[in-house]
Ligand binder design. Structure first.
Ligand code: TXA
Ligand code: MG
Length: 331
């Protein structure tokens, strides 16, 4: 299949061109599009066959559920069984934006969207292209990140081209994404709600609106698999081909051990890179997956990275680093 590339201006996207993309969605095709977090690979959320194509193109296991994207809250009532009070508050505060909420699923959503679960993840993206695409399609769009399974999520259109060219109908190039890590996922079917994946809407921001929430153990420590809520949570994600070594501890110790490790790997003929631990967490998150992909492109064998404090966006960054890491060393 020939994949078409459509370049759009992010802040003032041309409606006519998005109309073309919406038509593809309506015909059961696959369209990659920018969101404020990462690029998504979208299909009609009501069309079981179109959804199956997403899993094929991404080589994604069927037990890893998708997130459904909507452009107005009225769409929510049609696809979920109930909207808890806490969800109402969060929606008012944070939608459109990088927050996915897990609800009890209604019957309109086919089972392959949710990997057979009786819950469904929903979010309203704030990216103008994404919102227009959903609006013009007139249906909810199911979309996982637009990468091959196991690869870091795409933050520019070129990443999508590298992974999915020839496998999908259209890629909308809307420039680099703002946040750079995937949306926060919060399960509002539990009391209190449970944080399943940290992201752009931080734990602190959520608790300010609805009070204390539960944090799923996998969010913090990938070794403590107690109860896996969504099968997708157990997979190693976001990983570059290179071996990622995460050093956690105070800056001086991280520097010292990092240099020592680099020397050892260099001696054994390995190409070693340092992922600069940026002070500005927004910049760090925004460039994280792009850096991973760049290291692979430049054939690095080992990437050494220091941890960041787990507050604000730092929780999301550490979650992605731990999931990418082959080795975590506390120094
Ligand atoms: O920012 C994002 O969330 C991006 C953009 C495209 O919106 N999407 C995204 O989807 O990152 P992705 O590939 O991470 O896949 C969705 C993940 C699953 O792996 C799973 O962990 C969780 O969302 N998920 C989806 N439905 C769920 C459910 N019913 N219960 C628990 N977790 C669910
Ligand atoms: Mg993904």
């Amino acid at each position: 299949m020939k994949t078409k590339i459509l370049k759009l201006t992010p802040n003032n996207p041309q409606k006519l061109k998005i109309q073309e993309a919406a038509k593809i969605i309506n015909l059961g095709g696959l369209v990659a599009f920018p969101t404020e977090t990462v690029y998504g690979l979208g299909a009609n959320a009501f069309n079981e066959k179109a959804i199956a194509k997403i899993f094929l193109a991404k080589e994604r296991p069927a037990d890893d559920p998708l997130i459904v994207h909507i452009s107005e809250t009225t769409a929510l009532e049609k696809i979920v069984l109930e909207i808890p009070d806490c969800a109402q508050k969060l929606i008012k505060q944070f939608w459109p934006g990088p927050l996915s909420l897990i609800f009890k699923k209604g019957s309109l959503i086919p089972t392959n969207v949710t990997a057979g679960l009786d819950t469904v993840a929903i979010r309203m993206p704030s990216n103008k292209i994404a919102l227009q695409l959903i609006k013009l399609s007139g249906i909810p769009i199911a979309a996982p990140s637009a990468n091959l399974f196991g690869k870091p999520s795409p933050t520019i259109a070129q990443h999508v081209i590298n992974d999915l060219d020839g496998k999908i109908d259209l890629i909308i190039d809307g420039g680099p994404t703002d946040i750079g890590v995937e949306s926060t996922i919060l399960d509002v079917t539990t009391t209190p709600p449970t944080l399943l994946r940290p992201g752009g809407i931080t734990l602190e921001m959520i608790e300010k609106v609805i009070g204390k929430i539960e944090i799923h153990p996998l969010t913090i420590d990938k070794s403590s698999i107690i109860e896996i809520k969504a099968p997708g949570m157990s997979y190693k994600h976001y990983a570059p081909l290179a071996k990622v070594i995460l050093l956690e501890g105070n800056t001086n110790a991280v520097m010292r051990i990092g240099k020592q490790l680099a020397r050892e790997y260099n001696l054994s003929g390995k190409k070693v890179g340092f992922l600069k631990n940026k002070k500005d967490l927004y910049r760090f998150a925004k460039t994280l997956f792009k850096s991973f992909r760049k290291f692979d492109q430049d054939h690095f064998d080992v990437i050494i990275v220091g941890g960041v404090p787990e507050t604000g966006l730092g929780l999301a960054i550490m979650n992605r680093l731990r999931r990418a890491a082959t080795e975590i060393i506390k120094v």
